[in-house]
Design a protein around this ligand. Structure first.
Ligand SMILES: C[S@@+](CC[C@H](N)C(=O)[O-])C[C@H]1O[C@@H](n2cnc3c(N)ncnc32)[C@H](O)[C@@H]1O
Length: 243
């Protein structure tokens, strides 16, 4: 019986945390003119319009996990006035929640996803945020240095939810993290584990970055990581001491 205790405790913590994360969802009223999903973060009802055309136009549970973490740990990971970039922003929930928490967000994705992303971001941040997020194209591995030169772009945080799965651009994705992650940048990255490519991605990621596991949610098959360059971290891009 003794051996079962830690495992049971882990399962109970997982269930409790997963329940708290999923509680951010709310159902839209039955009669609405367009389909949308509802989420509550930072005391605000956030309406997310999904589209079934592209992967990025659907909201994935990893985004909720990352948003829950940012809200629950807003003191330790204070986003106020921080420079943040989101990769593969999809329908924009992480961008919206980070903006509500005071960050200056650059929200990026493939060109075909940007219309819906911009719509959701504007709808939910206008009049609610200190900084209106910038929605812009970033195709992993393509013209990253030209579009985000180190001389002018220094991010305190890189956020990413469910960008690792069986797609052919995993090398480009690692190179993009590598370029954007400067000495003082922290990566917060929620990842759903489906197949082997996810595991080998973490191993390859570990070769370039230190990794800390922040959440492990077996019931959702999701882990949340913090990562940073193997060089020493001192001060954030916005001049404050990093967490
Ligand atoms: C599974 S979705 C996750 C979307 C969102 N982060 C979420 O959690 O709801 C993966 C996202 O990565 C984007 N993506 C896929 N391949 C990409 C690439 N080569 N360059 C940039 N973004 C890409 C997709 O458009 C999509 O928005």
């Amino acid at each position: 019986m003794e051996d079962c205790k830690p495992k049971d405790k882990g399962a109970a913590e997982d269930a409790e945390l997963a329940k708290a994360i999923m509680a951010h969802r709310f159902q839209p009223p039955v009669k609405v003119s367009e389909a949308w999903e509802g989420y509550i973060f930072s005391g605000l009802e956030i309406c997310i319009k999904e589209s079934t055309d592209f992967y990025g136009a659907v909201l994935w549970p990893s985004a909720m996990v990352l948003c829950h973490f940012l809200e629950a740990n807003r003191d330790q990971y204070n986003l106020m006035d921080k420079n943040v970039i989101e990769l593969g922003a999809g329908t924009g929930l992480v961008t919206i929640v980070s903006s509500l928490l005071g960050a200056k967000v650059t929200s990026t994705d493939l060109p075909e996803v940007l219309g819906n992303l911009q719509y959701n971001v504007m709808r939910n941040t206008k009049d609610h945020c200190k900084y209106i997020p910038l929605v812009t194209e970033l195709i992993w591995g393509q013209e990253v240095e030209q579009r985000f030169p180190h001389a002018t772009h220094c991010f305190d945080y890189i956020l990413a939810a469910d960008v690792v799965y069986a797609h052919p651009f995993l090398d480009e994705l690692i190179d993009t993290f590598d370029h954007l992650c400067q000495e003082n940048t922290q990566i917060l990255w929620a990842m759903r584990f489906r197949l082997d490519p996810e595991n080998s991605f973490v191993d390859r990621f570990r070769q370039r970055f230190h990794i800390e596991e922040l959440y492990d949610l077996p019931s959702l098959s999701i882990k949340l990581y913090r990562a940073w360059r193997k060089d020493k971290m001192t001060h954030g891009c916005s001049g404050e001491t990093a967490a």
